[in-house]
Design a binder for this molecule. Sequence first.
Ligand SMILES: Cc1ncc(COP(=O)(O)O)c(C=O)c1O
Length: 464
Amino acid sequence: MPRCLYDGLRGWTQSGELAAGARLPSSRVLAAELGIGRNTALAALDHLSAEGFVVARAGAGVYVAETGFARPAAPGTAMGSRSLGLSERGRSLLALSNPPAPGHGAFVPGVPALDAFPWAAWQRLLRRHRNRQRGRWLDYGAEGGHPALKSAIADYVNITRNVRCRADRILITHGAQHAFDLIARMLADPGDVAWVEEPGYAGARVAFAAAGLSLAPVPVDAEGLDPAAGIAAWGVPKLIHLTPSNQFPMGATLSMNRRLTLIDQARRHGGWIIEDDYDSEFRYASAPLSSMQGLTTAADDEAPVLYVGTFSKTLYPGLRLGYVVLPPGLMSPMRQANVRQFREGDYVVQAALAAFMHGGGYAKHVARMRRLYARRQQCLRDVLGTDVDLIGGEAGLHVVMRLASRERETVLVAAAAEQAIALAPLSAYVADDNGEPGLVLGYANASEAEIDRAGGWLRRALAG
Ligand SMILES: Cc1ncc(COP(=O)(O)O)c(C=O)c1O
């Protein structure tokens, strides 16, 4: 059976181009017109008939079946998400889900240097662990992740981030997004108030909205999220998403006073703080800041801070590995719920990563990337010159450029796209339409030559 005849006829019946009840040409006509053997045409029709896309009526020919695939839209129904059958919740989640920035390189935010990843060493580790991991590591698992990786992460966050934990308090996840999702489903009920930073990270908003929580955007300033503004506008929250070490995307550090206020508030009111520590390894002028989770005392093991880490920035986002450090009392229920809702897996990759961390390769890679990103950021600053208003950049993978108006933002983003330069508009990082105009400029995954080219274009566009 020629695949293209079968695919074509099937596609047309599904799209409605061949309407239900329409008569198909006979196998003889199809064969003659397409220059194929009659048996081949017959085989395609037989296959479609067996799958129910067409019906053969003895002596009368072959007709398109009523499959229900391509019913015409009801009069007046707009094509769009409604006609796709999305639920109301689906539509509101879609509205919160900005399409990812197109392309790679300059100036896509949030992507590490994929060109500098040690692929050869990583492939060797994967191969070795693929050969070694047998039996239980191919089965369903329910331990919260590979023990070797949990132990490597515990050592790492203890030393580098001052996070208080042992391996048995770590749950491995498919990246930070999975952790936000699980936390929102398990620790808050539909309608509960969830504070999110404004501007802030869309991933946390989507996870909270999917769990039916009431999103409460709280403004950030030079000291990070402002708890007093949050209380005044929304009251006490059940959940808070925070990026205290490097506020996303503005780059502020949450002040000590606010950290302590928020922990105290969560403790008194039974709330939870999600400390999203997504990229603090990359702090340029000083050592990485201590975590908020580490501010709680050893006597306070059930402190209300859930520390979430990810390998998306230190290694690569497609790896889909992250973790959450939980209070001891939450460990067993969260692990059990996670197994049922998301399943564990990828133990071979987890074992390889554990070896990378224990062997020192991970720390070396992070240190090398820190130096590379510092150079790339400096290159961006050099090419843009001193007339632009850049903020952030003490840590992380992007800087923010303030612009004078939304019109300027819109025009620059559109003009850059024509030059294959991705400019992320700052105004898109807020929930409503009142966002400050600007650009979020990611420099980590662009070579200095690319930063030079794209930055030169941007400098000229700003001057023009
Ligand atoms: C603020 C913030 N948190 C977390 C993440 C990482 O998410 P994930 O681990 O799901 O890739 C990102 C990535 O862009 C981010 O910007």
